[in-house]
Design a protein around this ligand. Structure first.
Ligand SMILES: O=P(O)(O)OP(=O)(O)OP(=O)(O)OC[C@H]1O[C@@H](n2cnc3c(O)ncnc32)[C@H](O)[C@@H]1O
Ligand SMILES: [Mg+2]
Length: 199
């Protein structure tokens, strides 16, 4: 039975969600246990490449399994933008608020029926500098016209679900039942269960 995994992320929102979803597995950020790991340049051209890169590089610093999450928002009418650039849509070191405002600006004049979007998450499971497997999840919605809700992180206040509520208006339990991250991590859990059974 695998009872502990490290996560290769600096994002506190992700870390919290991953910990909640993977319970009872203990989830520890690599950045909590390694003082100065390498600075990872996310220069891949897909979510998968970037997830692998983060996981592989950081898994050389700890013993055991490391998971990395590369995720983002894909907006149809913007040809998939911000996509892999979601964290830095409004520029290097942009805040969530700056990214949200940039998105609203890019969509100015676009009616609700053309504001289809999805959150995407790719989780890479890595060990000793290598990727063992990757897992995909997505969650569909639309981009609203104003920020609503205080929960979650990133683009959650603009991401409108079928029931009319934004992702940021959901409790963390509710988000963790339907999110892109949940879908990818559910696949990871299944995989880990099988690894345990076969050992
Ligand atoms: O690379 P790490 O250190 O994990 O942290 P990061 O925040 O840079 O993470 P990414 O490179 O994967 O960029 C993901 C961005 O996509 C957005 N995002 C991802 N998941 C989200 C979610 O569940 N809700 C809202 N926005 C999300 C958010 O803006 C993130 O900063
Ligand atoms: Mg990043």
């Amino acid at each position: 039975m695998i009872d502990k995994v490290y996560v290769a992320t600096k994002n506190k929102g992700k870390l919290k969600e991953i910990s909640e979803i993977l319970k009872p597995i203990e989830v520890i950020s690599v950045y909590e246990v390694v003082e100065n790991p390498v600075d990872i340049v996310e220069d891949g051209s897909t979510f998968e490449e970037n997830a692998r890169k983060k996981g592989e590089e950081l898994s050389r610093f700890v013993e055991g399994y490391v998971i990395a999450d590369d995720s983002g928002l894909v907006v149809e009418v913007l040809n998939g933008k911000p996509g892999i650039y979601s964290a830095r849509y409004a520029g290097e070191n942009a805040t969530d608020m700056e990214n949200n405002l940039k998105l609203l600006k890019e969509l100015e004049g676009t009616p609700f029926e053309n504001r289809d979007a999805k959150f995407v998450c790719v989780i890479a499971l890595c060990k000793d500098g290598k990727t063992i497997e990757t897992f995909y999840g997505e969650c569909k919605g639309k981009i609203g016209f104003e920020l609503k809700g205080e929960n979650g992180f990133g683009y959650d206040p603009l991401f409108v679900l079928d029931n009319g509520r934004t992702m940021a208006e959901l409790s963390s339990d509710e988000k963790n039942r339907i999110s892109h991250r949940r879908e990818a991590l559910a696949k990871l859990k299944k995989f880990l269960d099988n690894v345990s059974k076969n050992n």
